[in-house]
Design a protein around this ligand. Structure first.
Ligand SMILES: Cc1cc2nc3c(=O)[nH]c(=O)nc-3n(C[C@H](O)[C@H](O)[C@H](O)COP(=O)(O)O)c2cc1C
Length: 196
C-alpha cells in the first residue's frame, strides 16, 4: 500500500482543513496516510518509511510558521529522496495583483532555498479568513492583507477562498506521481497557483 505523509502547520485551521481533505481523498484512493500537525509537536515518524510527502503551511505577516521551517531544516534530505510537494496557504494566492502573487512565490522559494528542500511541486493555495475569530491586532493585520490584495471579504463572516476542485486535481496528480503513472507534462519543480 502506498504510504503518504502529510505534515502541516496551521494557525487558524484552514491548512489543517485542506490537509484533512487531501488525506481523505488519498485514503479513498487506497493510500495509507499519516497526517502530522507540526505545531502540536506530534512525534515525528521516519520519513524513509513513506513513498511520498506533502508539506503545507500558512503565511502570516509574510512568514511561514517556525514549526514548519524547523521541520524542513531537519528533514529536507529525507524529503528530497521521495516524491514531494509543498502547499503554501495564503491570501496572496487569491490576490488580484500579479506582482503580489509573484511576491508570495518569492518568499516561498527563498524559504525552500534556506531549508535546502526542493519539492517536485510547489503550489499556492488561497486560504480563508474569519475576522470574528481574530483578536484586534490580528484582525487589523488581516484587513491590511485583504486591502493590499484587493480581496473582498464579508465584514464579520468567515470567507473561504480555497479552490477545492484545484486541490482535488493536485491530489490526483500527486498520487499519479508517487505511483509513477503521471502521464501529464508537468515539469519537475513546477510552481502553480491553485485554480490553474
Ligand atoms: C494576522 C494574519 C496575518 C496574515 N498575514 C498574511 C500575509 O502576510 N500574507 C498573506 O498572503 N496572507 C496572510 N494572512 C492570511 C492567511 O495566510 C490565511 O488566512 C490562511 O488561510 C491561514 O491559514 P491557517 O488557517 O492554516 O493558519 C494573514 C492572516 C492573519 C490572520
Amino acid at each position: 500500500m502506498t504510504g503518504i505523509l502529510i505534515a502541516f502547520a496551521s494557525r487558524e485551521g484552514q491548512t489543517r482543513k485542506i490537509c484533512n481533505h487531501i488525506a481523505a481523498r488519498l485514503t479513498s484512493a487506497g493510500c495509507q496516510v499519516q497526517v502530522l500537525d507540526l505545531v502540536a509537536g506530534q512525534p515525528l515518524p521516519l520519513i524513509e518509511h513513506f513513498d511520498g510527502a506533502i508539506v503545507a503551511g500558512s503565511v502570516h505577516r509574510g512568514r511561514m510558521d517556525q514549526a514548519l521551517t524547523s521541520f524542513l531544516m531537519c528533514h529536507a534530505p529525507a524529503l528530497g529522496k521521495i516524491p514531494s510537494a509543498y502547499l503554501c496557504v495564503s491570501l496572496s494566492a487569491a490576490s488580484v495583483k500579479r506582482d503580489a502573487r509573484a511576491a508570495i512565490d518569492e518568499i516561498t522559494q527563498q524559504m525552500l532555498h534556506d531549508v535546502g528542500w526542493h519539492p517536485d511541486e510547489t503550489r499556492h493555495v488561497a486560504g480563508a479568513v474569519d475576522p470574528a475569530a481574530l483578536g484586534l491586532l490580528e484582525r487589523c493585520a488581516m484587513h491590511a492583507v485583504t486591502n493590499l490584495h484587493g480581496i473582498e471579504i464579508e465584514h464579520e463572516d468567515r470567507t473561504e477562498l480555497t479552490d477545492w476542485a484545484a486541490i482535488d486535481r493536485f491530489t490526483e496528480t500527486f498520487i499519479a506521481r508517487v505511483n509513477g503513472t503521471d502521464a501529464s507534462n508537468e515539469s519537475q519543480n513546477a510552481v502553480k497557483q491553485a485554480g490553474e
